[in-house]
Design a protein around this ligand. Structure first.
Ligand SMILES: [Zn+2]
Ligand SMILES: [Zn+2]
Length: 341
């Protein structure tokens, strides 16, 4: 089969590889589409603990091509996605029922081979049917599951005034979930362009253009919308400087959610007196582990719309071009298409 294989950070090739051989509790998936995620750019650099050699890609969708002897009732041709995260089940956190905090959490596409290939093998227990979704919608099941987990963490009080910085792919999903779950007014602030326009169409009541060179412009616009700040502020850009901005915009008694993916050494200044005096809560949300079912419920019911989020298609052999596209921040989200799909 054809695959993108990394043998070290920044060192990848499009090559022939043997098809994976499945164990009794596994299924083989013929990949039809695999989303490109910000995480893949970190893996390219060797961040997030990847195992090499590695086939990346954790947002895959495809058809069952073979079923192990103890892999349940799956049949060849079933349209599926699979939860990419696997907890060990044995560590301190797993035994407390906190699998997402597993000390040795592994993921397809990071520590196990993923979906930038014609085929991959996964544990049957991780597989979910996606009969009602197109392949382009199905690659959004994993990012939507992460957004569902973000909603659990945020626990929005009904009737809230919410601000989100950023309008990237998972932000677009989280914004829709906020509108369905407690935000009576949602403001999205991001650089002017197609992402902010899409947020205005899909979810936001108000949009504010952010000019990184002149932050006073968006600060004034946000003060005009909500002079006392916002009940919840979601930082979904992944830029550490915007975390301080988020704390600055939250109302007394309000909550900030740190939701982007930041460089590991990045820091931001927090004034502890403000946190104390204004009773601000700062929360974090990382990935997901048991949220594919609820993600599918939102996507298959049409309550979360993802059709316009996937903007750029690349053939699997063109991974280098897809990387350039992501670095140049063109489009909103890219998808890799294996040969023959
Ligand atoms: Zn992802
Ligand atoms: Zn564990």
């Amino acid at each position: 089969m054809k695959a993108i294989l990394y043998d070290a950070p920044r060192s990848f090739s499009y090559r022939d590889m043997p098809e994976p051989t499945i164990d009794d509790d596994e299924v083989l998936i013929r990949v039809r589409a695999c989303g490109v995620c910000g995480t893949d750019l970190h893996i390219h650099e060797g961040e997030f603990g990847p195992r090499f050699p590695l086939v990346p890609g954790h947002e895959f969708a495809g058809e069952i091509a073979a079923v192990g002897a103890r892999a349940g009732t799956w049949r060849t041709g079933d349209r599926v996605v699979a939860n990419c995260n696997r907890a060990c089940g044995h560590c301190f956190f797993c035994r407390r029922g906190e699998a997402l905090h597993c000390e040795t959490l592994k993921a397809y596409g990071i520590q196990m081979d993923g979906g930038f290939a014609e085929y991959l093998k996964v544990k049957a227990a991780d597989v979910f049917p996606v009969s009602g979704l197109s392949w382009r919608e199905a690659i959004m099941v994993e990012p939507t599951a992460c957004a569902v987990h973000g909603m659990d963490i945020l626990a929005v009080r009904p009737g809230s005034d919410v601000l989100m910085f950023g309008a990237g792919p998972t932000g677009q999903v989280l914004a829709q979930l906020l509108k369905h779950n407690g935000a009576t007014r949602l403001t999205v602030a991001a650089p002017a362009g197609p992402k902010l326009d899409l947020a205005a169409r899909l979810s936001a009541d108000r949009v504010v253009a952010v000019d990184r060179n002149d932050p006073e412009l968006h600060r004034k616009a946000l003060r005009d919308i909500s002079p006392n700040g916002f009940d919840y502020v979601v930082e979904a850009t992944g830029a550490a400087a915007m975390c301080a901005e988020a704390v600055h915009q939250v109302r007394r008694g309000g909550t900030v959610l740190i939701y982007g993916v930041y460089p590991e050494p990045a820091t931001f200044p927090v004034n502890p007196f403000d946190v104390f005096r204004n009773e601000i809560t700062i929360k974090g949300s990382f990935a997901q582990i048991h949220d594919f079912g609820r993600s599918l419920a939102y996507l298959e019911s049409g309550q979360v719309k993802v059709g316009e989020i996937v903007t750029d298609d690349f053939e699997l052999k063109d991974w280098g071009a897809a990387l350039d596209n992501a670095w140049a921040r063109r489009g909103i989200k890219s998808v890799m298409i294996p040969p023959g799909s």
